[in-house]
Design a protein around this ligand. Sequence first.
Ligand code: MF3
Ligand code: CO
Ligand code: CO
Length: 271
Amino acid sequence: MTITIKTAADIEGMRIAGRLASEVLDYLTPHIVPGITTDAIDKLAHDYMVEVQQCIPAPLNYAPPGYAPFPKSICTSINQQICHGIPSDRQLKNGDIVNVDITTIKDGWHGDTSRMFVVGEGSIAAKRLCQMTYDAMWRGIVKVKPGARLGDIGHSIQTFAENNGFSVVREFCGHGIGRKFHEDPQVLHYGRPDTLELLVPGMVFTIEPMVNAGRREIREAGDGWTIVTRDRSLSAQWEHTVLVTETGYEVLTVSAGSPAIPQFVRETATA
Ligand code: MF3
Ligand code: CO
Ligand code: CO
């Protein structure tokens, strides 16, 4: 395992890529309404990245070993879809929940972030799942500091999600990120405190928990990419790209429209 440590100049590049990815989500937000197709969201995002931001949508033609090239510029995962949903002519409808996952490449650096959107008026259960998954991501982020270990992050997320009656997907995880989309280490969203890799300043990785309303088991939907819950329960995911600083963490995927940071985070001392 080779974890790259980013220099001050590298970090400056990653801040830009991260902000751009978050700004794509800001731009898309007013468009995520009943009736829009996920293809239309993909086209809005693609054109904004290429023409306005002058960056590269990393998912387009991305082909890890064993996968066919991803055919679109973003991932859109609806309801029981956990992750890697492929935009299509499917229309969003009132009450759907959708994850929109954006990865930019700017000057060779990657920024990776996703948010949940409740389309129109969602059920109490759907809104609770989305909110709790957002908090679960932040329960992981606040553990990031030099001297902590990856297992501290996973344990914090798992404990929070399971204490609220949800389950955590195990087959997909966060990842180191930099000049490559997916680098070492793997960032599991479950685990034991004080285990796994020691965090040191200059590491950059994503935290992107996938939380299911029902059981944690997954299934591949049949298109080679889309992952769904085996029991067809709803699933939510949020993602940030996070830097380990000398004293704690810095979230790199932030922009003017980033959702409010949870109250418990503001009460947790960090830098
Ligand atoms: N953005 C996803 C992640 O958070 C990866 C998507 S790979 C793709 O790691 F090819 F589906 F885009
Ligand atoms: Co990611
Ligand atoms: Co992502």
